[in-house]
Design a protein around this ligand. Structure first.
Ligand code: NAP
Length: 452
């Protein structure tokens, strides 16, 4: 397997696949380490994760450069990602005791309580779009709860996977408690079925989610699925349009639009549409595209050339179906996998831009009559990850938030992950939650102890 620099199309490095025998060895070591680690107190585990946070902050430049090289993330965004991982380490180091301490319940027993035992080795199948954050978001709570983690990272970010494994080695975690294996996606089935794997967590596409859920179901292992999305952002007639536009552009453009919780469909009521469209297009035009290592750029290349080509095919198909291209939409003459900020308007039900996830800097604008139609269109999707409403009437927003079929609804702001709040989706965006006190309970045995 080899990695490619998306800014140039040149090969970065080749990696040997981890053999079946080596995978067995890693899992045996991880299991031994798990049996030791599970007896550590939350305080001791937290002490180690505080050091991980410090280590990340010290080396943020190196990790940001590696992400820029392997998947094209601008350096400033890469540093932000590393800081977010460090904050996550601090958060679970400080709060796991509160989240997972035994919880006594009065019954007719002398003593009865709920306790949270770890499960064992968790398989983490992770994507390339936030190569550090996605891994930490899964691994930190799982390990703070007492589990071991084996990572199968996306094939285009093998270097990031190795660096993450090295952090745990440097800090002195038990041997291979956190390990990385380099295997193609076809081998994930074998990993899931391995007797030493207790459960699996995937962040990735809906297609990968269906495959992993099928294999995990076949051996009755729990899985958490964080999948794709096509987040609707509703702009109502009483919204502050300048504010809505700036949040909508920021959400669509983060990570060159390659985020599961990027705003993807902008649903604007008729009376606000013209003003929103004009201002939105002007702000999209201001986005600076360039090499991810240049200061002050907003978007680098997409992570892979094939992803850029699929995005272009989706845009072209939508245009053929009647959508109107009002900005971008043309692949620049460059060896890199660049794709410009693009806006499609006149997007209607049944078009590709309406039904599929567009994983790149492409915005779809949809005009609706009123609030009722806005909710109908927002929910007219197989996905259910994030959603947002822009309005000056907060009571109205709270009422509507209950009608949106999504794992989160943000009002007058863009959807983002926050370690204090649960994160996840419904429908084909997956199931289970990450982050917060809810996420850390996904990979534990919620055990009843009853003493008489
Ligand atoms: P992807 O192709 O599904 O890959 C994600 C991971 O799954 C990679 O490690 C990949 O390995 C592996 N994989 C792919 N197909 C598989 C299969 N059939 N069986 C087992 N493993 C498989 O997704 P992506 O293109 O990297 O990421 C983009 C997608 O992830 C988007 O849909 C995005 O919305 C979603 N996403 C969701 C969240 C969330 O929290 N909900 C966050 C970020 C991204 P290889 O690289 O070796 O193929």
């Amino acid at each position: 397997m080899h990695t490619i620099d998306p800014s140039t199309g040149k090969k970065i490095k080749s990696y040997a696949q981890t053999s079946r025998t080596k995978v067995d060895d890693i899992l045996k070591n991880a299991q031994k380490s798990f049996l030791m680690w599970r007896s550590f107190s939350f305080k001791d585990r937290g002490f180690m994760f505080k050091q991980v946070g410090g280590f990340l902050r010290t080396h943020e430049d190196r990790y940001a450069s590696l992400m820029a090289l392997e998947m094209g993330k601008p350096l400033s965004q890469g540093k932000g990602e590393i800081e977010k991982c460090a904050q996550l380490c601090d958060f679970y180091a400080d709060y796991t005791d509160e989240f997972l301490s035994d919880h006594e319940i009065k019954t007719d027993a002398v003593k009865s309580y709920v306790t949270y035992d770890p499960l064992g080795i968790i398989l983490a199948v992770m994507p390339w779009n936030f190569p550090f954050w996605q891994v930490f978001r899964c691994a930190v709570p799982a390990m703070m709860a007492g589990n071991a983690v084996i990572l199968k990272h996306a094939s285009n970010v093998c270097g990031c996977a190795i660096e993450i494994e090295n952090i745990f080695k440097e800090i002195g975690f038990p041997r291979q408690l956190f390990s990385n294996v380099i295997v193609p996606s076809e081998k994930v089935k074998d990993l899931i079925e391995h007797p030493l794997i207790a459960a699996v967590s995937l962040t990735g596409s809906t297609q990968a989610g269906k495959s992993i859920a099928t294999h995990a179901g076949g051996v009755l292992k729990k899985c958490v699925l964080e999948l794709g999305g096509s987040d609707p952002y509703i702009v109502l007639e009483d919204a502050d349009i300048d504010h809505a536009v700036s949040k909508c552009v920021a959400s669509r453009m983060i990570n060159a639009g390659q985020s599961c919780i990027s705003a993807k469909r902008f649903i604007i009521v008729d009376s606000a549409f013209k003003e929103f469209e004009e201002k939105f297009v002007s702000q999209m035009q201001l986005q600076r595209m360039g090499l991810p290592t240049y200061e002050g750029i907003d978007l680098g290349p997409l992570a892979r050339h094939d992803l850029r080509d699929s995005l272009q095919a989706q845009v072209q198909k939508s245009i053929n179906q009647g959508a109107r291209l009002i900005l971008g939409g043309k692949i620049p003459d460059d060896r890199g996998a660049f794709y410009p900020p693009t806006v499609l308007t006149n997007v209607k039900s049944g078009m590709v831009a309406y039904t599929q996830e567009l994983f790149g800097p492409v915005a779809s604008l949809l005009k609706v009559k009123d609030e009722k139609e806005a909710i109908k269109v927002a929910n007219d999707t197989v996905f259910g990850l994030g959603s947002a409403i822009f309005t000056g009437d907060l009571a109205r927003a709270e009422r509507l938030s209950h009608e949106l079929e999504a794992g989160a609804c943000f009002v007058n702001d863009l959807v983002r992950s926050d370690q204090r709040l649960p994160f996840g989706g419904i429908k084909q965006s997956g199931y289970g939650r990450e982050l917060s006190r809810d996420g850390i309970k996904e990979f534990v045995n919620i055990k009843t102890v009853y003493i008489k």
